[in-house]
Write a protein that binds this ligand. Structure first.
Ligand code: PEP
Ligand code: CO
Length: 451
């Protein structure tokens, strides 16, 4: 039976649905002009890269690969600079090497970058001293300064977002192609923090053994170990701004269906996952693998229906469930969802986001996250999956390669007083370079059942 017309998917069929978390542009013609221009510009990624990533995710679903996803909560256009891009790539590569070595599995790296420019907000407007202005929705939409001009959504930003994404991608591809080899050798890593960790000896042994295996591989192959092939790095962002995503959703010669070519791996955020909403409609028609954030509000019927709508053919490599429950909720809230998915007998990848359920606000309204809780949620996630006969196949983090002080704890035991020293995020608090690398080492230790 063919689908009734109202249910046929098109890149714009989401427009028939209730759409949440969108910007209101004052000039509809200017928006249309920008979208028309966007729709003929080159895409940011290719369909064959997307298909390869789908295969990687399918392997991770079978427990044969681990997926590491990380980057800023929100990228900003002003962070589109060589040092910031290089440092973020560096920490992700180093973490992936720790995981590769410690988990004895291939690791696929997905950056939360080259397009993570749109943010969901709890309110459409922000009021300060009696003045109400549109909320800041990410650099793709408006600018954070609290004045009318900055906060008015500007369609030219869609083109700027595309350019910054392309510049980031271009630089990442060049770095990755060039080998980036020194970053693979622990002797070049910044490991000063290790001595402060309770697990100092264990971490030092891990770094030494990564170093010696790399030297061994180089000696027998005559090549630099870890020189990465171009296909080894993928991008992701929350596909929130639907007009932007639609303009980059294309048909590709000799491939079936439509690909969202703004990124390899788009995800649906917690706030836009309603079943009859526009985001779910958009996602159901694209060929990309897709992430679904699931928090304590998700129930079993809702999750089962989402999976049915988004993956009706039970394709492998299509669905990644990114759970972000919080260390206090995960034991009560995750198991029923795992059971509900098990009952469907459909392939999914379970990934832990130990960041978003553990955000707290401390003095002066500053948002932070405690390393102990982040690690705690990760550890519980590993155990719950093991007990239930599933497995944790990926980790989703907010991190930066810079030496910021946004999350407390970690080997250097940052405290609330340290937060003001280098707090740079305008949205969620990120793990810094050392904390990110430490968490990768902690995961190895957790998986080995040592801690
Ligand atoms: C995010 O990943 O930055 C985010 C907003 O997450 P969630 O939708 O899980 O709250
Ligand atoms: Co965030």
């Amino acid at each position: 039976m063919s689908e009734p017309k109202s249910h046929q998917w098109q890149p714009d069929s989401w427009q028939q649905k209730q759409v949440s978390q969108q910007a209101t542009y004052p000039d509809a013609e200017a928006l249309q002009a920008a979208l028309t221009q966007l729709s003929v510009l080159p895409p940011l990624v290719t369909s064959w890269e997307i298909n390869t990533l789908r295969e990687h995710i399918a392997e991770a679903q079978q427990g044969k690969r681990f997926i590491l996803q990380g980057g800023d909560c929100a990228e900003s256009f002003s962070d589109c600079t060589p040092p910031i891009i290089t440092n973020r790539l560096k920490v992700l590569l180093q973490m992936s090497l720790v995981l590769l070595h410690g988990l004895h599995q291939p690791v696929t790296r997905i950056g939360r970058f080259a397009g993570q420019y749109a943010k969901p907000r709890s309110s459409d407007t922000e009021t300060i001293d009696g003045v109400s202005l549109p909320s800041f929705r990410g650099d793709l939409v408006n600018s954070p300064e609290f004045n009318l001009i900055s906060r008015t959504p500007d369609p030219q930003r869609l083109l700027q977002g595309h350019s910054c994404s392309a510049l980031t991608m271009n630089f990442v591809r060049a770095l990755v192609d060039g080998g980036f080899a020194d970053l693979h050798h622990p002797e070049y890593w910044d490991l000063g923090w290790v001595q402060h960790s309770q697990l100092a000896d264990e971490f030092r042994r891990l770094a030494d053994s990564i170093g010696s295996s790399l030297h061994f591989v180089e000696a027998i192959s005559g090549r630099q170990a870890g020189s990465l092939r171009r296909a080894d790095f993928y991008t992701s962002h929350e596909a929130l701004h639907l007009p932007y995503e639609q303009a980059l959703t294309r048909q590709v010669p000799r491939q079936e269906g439509w690909y969202c070519l703004s990124t390899h791996f788009p995800w649906i955020g917690m706030r836009t996952a309603n079943l009859d909403g526009a985001h779910v409609e958009f996602f159901r028609g694209i060929r990309n693998p897709i992430g679904i954030k699931i928090g304590p509000k998700m129930d079993t019927d809702w999750l089962q229906e989402l999976i049915r709508v988004l993956n009706p053919e039970n394709e492998a490599g299509r669905i990644v469930l990114i759970h972000r429950m919080g260390v206090e909720n995960i034991e009560s809230d995750l198991p029923p969802l795992i059971e509900a998915v098990q009952a469907m007998q459909t392939p999914v990848l379970w990934m832990s986001d130990p960041m978003h359920g553990n955000t707290e606000t401390v003095a002066n309204g500053v948002k932070t996250r405690r390393f102990r809780k982040i690690r705690g949620e990760l550890k519980k996630a590993v155990r719950i999956h093991r007990d239930m006969g599933t497995h944790l196949g990926g980790m989703h983090l907010e991190l930066t390669g810079e030496n910021v002080t946004e999350c407390t704890g970690g080997a250097r035991d940052l405290n609330e007083g340290d937060l003001s020293r280098a707090y740079k995020s305008s949205v969620d608090p990120r793990l810094n370079y050392e904390q990110a690398l430490e968490l990768a080492m902690q995961l190895v230790s957790i998986q080995a059942g040592k801690r």
